[in-house]
Design a protein around this ligand. Structure first.
Ligand code: ADP
Ligand code: MG
Length: 243
């Protein structure tokens, strides 16, 4: 069971994306308005209603936050970094949360240098999204393996392998569609944002999964040649939602 998340198939137009965002945000806004109107009429706010209003506000914030990642400043700076160190930072960020969920990270990294040209914060966001999905798929805990190896002479592959619930085959073609989620409180934006970021780094994102066995997310990125001279900093193409 294999599915390649191909950018060309997945990219939505600004219009579709905007319609999705508007729809997703309008629902919590309607709830908020309803409770405020009730308050205006009755003069009192039920504490339970306040809880709902707060969680609706959090949801709006979450959705807007995911989009802000895409709206990077015009001239984002790409820098040459070793992807193993970026992953190391992300894993230490998530480690205590994983520990609480009985999840262990196992790192299996090549000893070869893995320099890539990247916008570090965006790439961190991708690894966070994918590792979080892996963690959320393992409610009973277990092991998440992160493998980094060279894939041919000019690429590095990063595989994130979980022992989670897996993804039913009928869901796989929908992964990466904005707002497609299998979770009650999911936004369905993590994979879409990740795909876009990986593509802007000239990489690929592939997902293979088997129900009750687990999921393997593989990211392939171009390696930066080590020439021993300082490499000029590259300017990322200006980000637009449309691309
Ligand atoms: P969200 O996590 O907010 O739902 P994502 O775009 O990150 O949105 O993921 C979309 C859906 O893909 C998830 O809701 C989940 O059903 C499925 N999914 C992604 N990664 C995994 C995984 N590692 N294991 C099982 N299901 C996954
Ligand atoms: Mg997610």
């Amino acid at each position: 069971m294999e599915e390649l998340l191909r950018r060309s198939e997945k990219l939505t137009t600004v219009g579709q994306l905007a319609a999705g965002v508007a729809h997703e945000i309008r629902n919590p806004l309607t709830t908020l308005r309803g409770f405020l109107q009730l308050h205006q009429e009755k003069g009192q706010l039920n504490p339970r209603h306040i809880d709902i209003m707060l969680s609706e506000l959090d949801r709006i914030n979450l959705i807007v936050g995911e989009f802000l990642i895409l709206a990077k400043p015009q001239a984002t700076r790409f820098e040459v970094k070793d992807v193993r160190f970026i992953l190391g930072d992300v894993i230490s960020l998530l480690d205590s949360q994983a520990h609480l969920c009985d999840i262990m990270f196992k790192m299996d990294y090549t000893s070869e240098v893995c320099q890539i040209s990247c916008e570090e914060n965006q790439l961190k966001q991708v690894f966070i999204n994918i590792l979080k999905n892996a963690m959320e798929a393992m409610p009973e805990g277990g092991e998440i393996e992160v493998q980094v190896k060279h894939a041919g002479p000019d690429k590095v592959s990063i595989a994130i392998i979980d022992q989670g619930t897996g993804i039913p085959s009928e869901m796989i073609p929908k992964l990466g569609d904005p707002f497609f989620t299998g979770k009650e409180t999911g936004t369905g934006l993590g994979l879409m944002v990740s795909q876009r970021i990986i593509h802007s780094h000239h990489g690929m994102l592939d997902i293979q999964s088997e129900v009750d066995v687990g999921t393997v997310v593989t990211i392939t990125l171009p390696l930066r040649e080590e020439r021993g001279i300082e490499s000029p900093q590259e300017q990322a193409p200006q980000a637009t939602i449309e691309e």
